[in-house]
Every structure is written in C-alpha cells, then in structure tokens.
Ligand binder design. Structure first.
Ligand SMILES: Nc1ncnc2c1ncn2[C@@H]1O[C@H](COP(=O)(O)OP(=O)(O)OP(=O)(O)O)[C@@H](O)[C@H]1O
Ligand SMILES: [Mg+2]
Length: 392
C-alpha cells in the first residue's frame, strides 16, 4: 500500500486548473489518511470558495491515485484556504509562472501561430521590435493595463476602445488586446473585419484601426462561431497575443478582459508582472460588489489597481439635469475600498452604443459628447498618474 510520501508523489502531476501549478506545491493536499485495506481519504483546500473547477480537481486526484492497483477507494473532502494560505498559494503560483516564463525565454521555444495550427520556429525579434516581443518581460516599457469588471455588460469593451482612442488622441502609441476569447467584441467596436495576416516570421500583424493596433479572436473566427477551447489552449492563445504579434513599440497596451473574477485576469497578472488594472463598474451596488471580487483577485496576484471607472453613471435629460437612474455612488465606494482614485464617470448616452455598433468609438464619432469628454479626462488622468509614477 502507498505511504503518505507516495500519495503526495502520485499527486505531483495534478494541477490546479486555475493556477496551473501542482496541487502539492500549492499546499492544497492535507490530512492524508491511509487505511491498510486500500482506502485513502484526504482534504483538498481550494483557493476560493465555490471554485468552479473543484470537480476537475476531485476527478484528477481520483485518477492519479487509482493508478496504483492497491488503491481501492478514494475520498476527497473539499475545504477552502484561509486568507493567509491563499496569499501564499497565489505567491507560489506567481513565482512559478515567472520561473517557467524565464525558462521558456532562455530555451527559445517553438510557439504555434494560431493561424497555422503548427509549430513555428522562434526566430527572434525583427529589428525595432525587440521591445514588443519582450512585452512579457519586466524590462519592457509598455504600460499594460487590464480592463476588468467581474460582472458582464458593464461596459469594459466600450471603455477599452474609447480609452485607447482617447490615449492616442493625447499623443500616445496604443495597442489593444481583446482578451475576451469567447465573447470578443473589439473588432466590431473598431469596425475591423479583415482576417488575420501573418508576417514572414509567422507573427500576427495587428489591425491598425483609428490609429490603434488591435488583435482579437475575430481575426480568426466569425462572430457567433463557438470557440470550444479550454485551459491550456486558451492560455496559449492568450500568451500568443502578447508574444507572437508584430507589435510596434507602444506606450500603452490595453487588455479587454472577459467578465468574471477568475483565471484570465490572473493569467494576465502572472504573465505580465507589471500589468496594472482598471476596474469598471456601474453605479449599482451589485455590480460594485462583483467588481470588488475582481479587484480582490488582482490584489492577491499583487497587481496594481490604478483606479475605478464608473460607467452608465447618469442620463442627461433634455432640460440639462442629470438623472442617476441606476443609483449613485458605486464607483466611489469601490474606489474607496481599494484606496484608489475614481478616474471618472461616464454617462449613459445613445451615441456611445451607436459608436460601438458602427465601428467608430464615440470619442471619434462624437468627440464633443459628454461621454467623449469623460473618456478624454480619464485618459489624461491615467497618463498623468503613470507618468508621475515613472518619474518618482
Ligand atoms: N456609457 C454608455 N452609454 C450607452 N451605452 C453603453 C455605455 N457603455 C456601454 N454601453 C453599451 O452597453 C453594452 C455593453 O457594453 P460592453 O460590451 O462594452 O460591456 P462589457 O462589459 O464589455 O460586456 P461583456 O461582459 O459582455 O464583455 C453595449 O451595447 C454598449 O454599446
Ligand atoms: Mg466585453
């Protein structure tokens, strides 16, 4: 029969599906009890309550242990880590990701181009693109900002597109990654339809639209087409958006994150240590509450939150007064919770939606609208904040 050390060894290759690291290394395996007749029971401490992938971990543990013919029965009891344990687990996952990234870079790996589906040799940067290929390195000067919310439909993609254009209007060189692999929308928002093209080095050539460099899944699939990738494939695609794109030199790279508090934002945080985060919320309490969880993930991953944007804050009536139809104060509350600035409030305006639907962000289509001015002010605030940080 197995002993404790052998049980741990058998579980070495069971990975936490969100943190992509061994559950043993993450100290998730506890209280192993082995009965002589072949029953094993153990506790698995999940990083977060209600972790949606707990069934996968349970199945993988079962599978790993039952490989041994002497194991007759496996009982997995799930529990949840406390704050301190979780912090340590996230830190470990983070360090692990950094280590494998450094290892991968030193080995000059083969990275498959998503268009070709085959392994493309890693040749190295084109002249002038060293900085871009090093997007994932700490030394790269591009400021990477994820736009997150937790709750869906609060306007992350709208904010990403308009913030990108507003930063560009202020003289910055800006790129956008539509990291919402399943629910991509940036192609539509920017009016970009062309399918992906790659250069001679098999790097994706970003769309150049409204002065912005943009990559999105819609370069590869039709809108409405289901994408059924899971874990590793998804992670690989995300990585390729950073490393296998012929990015020119950029001052800002905005990353439109999918809704949810989970693993994509964490993955970005792990891949790009310096990535910062902007939280988008609507004024309602519920959206703020969910955004808070998104922010919590960032804090745990030691990611800097640079501020909160409140979207759909108010409607301006024909007589000029503002109506706070969704309530008020959500953005301010959220900013207060994380002790970060409320970067701005964007009104609910038809022109914002129309701009997004017609492929021309409102900052371009209606530059004098209230929302455009709000976006310009937010961009200026972010720029000032980042420049101040860089100087001091
Ligand atoms: N300030 C605004 N005024 C009017 N309409 C808006 C505003 N902000 C966003 N919208 C509209 O609300 C809808 C949802 O916005 P958007 O797609 O940007 O949200 P999202 O958070 O990215 O959604 P998802 O979670 O699905 O990715 C879109 O139709 C968009 O045009
Ligand atoms: Mg979106």
């Amino acid at each position: 029969m197995l002993n404790q050390a052998q049980v741990l060894q058998a579980l070495e290759n069971v990975y936490d599906p969100e943190l992509h690291q061994s559950i043993v290394d993450l100290n998730m395996v506890r209280n192993i009890a082995i009965e002589p007749e072949g029953s094993i029971s153990l506790d698995i401490a999940l990083t977060v309550e209600g972790c949606p992938l707990h069934q996968k971990i349970t199945d993988d543990v079962n599978q790993a242990l039952r490989k041994n013919p002497n194991v007759r029965d496996v009982a997995v009891n799930l529990s949840v880590m406390n704050e301190q344990e979780r912090k340590i687990a996230f830190q470990k996952a983070f360090e692990h990701a950094q280590k494998s990234q450094r290892k991968a870079q030193s080995q000059k790996p083969n990275v498959a181009g998503p268009s070709s589906g085959r392994k493309a040799p890693f040749i190295g940067p084109l002249p002038g693109q060293e900085a871009a290929l090093g997007m994932m390195s700490d030394a790269n000067k591009t400021v990477v900002i994820g736009i997150a919310s937790g709750k869906g439909g609060v306007g992350k993609s709208t904010v990403t597109a308009n913030l990108a254009v507003a930063l560009k209007e202020q003289g910055a060189r800006v790129g956008v990654i539509d990291m919402d692999i399943y629910g991509f929308s940036q192609g539509r928002m920017f009016g970009a339809k062309e399918k992906a093209r790659v250069n001679e080095r098999e790097q994706i050539i970003p769309w150049h639209v409204h002065g912005i460099e943009l990559v999105s899944m819609s370069m590869f699939v039709e809108e409405g087409q289901a994408i059924v990738w899971r874990g590793p494939m998804l992670g690989k695609m995300m990585q390729q958006f950073f490393t296998d794109v012929a990015w020119p030199e950029l001052d800002y790279l905005l990353v439109d994150l999918p809704p949810g508090t989970g693993d994509v934002a964490l993955d970005v945080a792990q891949k790009i240590r310096k990535a910062k985060l902007v939280l988008v919320t609507t004024p309602q309490e519920v959206a703020t509450h969910v955004a808070h969880r998104a922010g919590d993930v960032a804090v745990r991953a030691q990611q800097e939150i640079i501020g909160v944007i409140e979207n759909m804050s108010y409607v301006v009536c024909p007589h000029g007064e503002s109506m706070y139809i969704f309530g008020s104060g959500g953005g301010k509350t959220l900013a207060g919770l994380f002790k970060v600035p409320l970067l701005g409030q964007i009104p609910l305006e038809t022109t914002v939606r129309e701009g997004g639907d017609e492929g021309s962000p409102v900052v371009i289509s209606e530059p004098l609208s209230l929302s455009s001015r709000a976006f310009m002010e937010i961009a200026e605030r972010i720029k000032q904040q980042i420049e101040k940080e860089a100087a001091g």
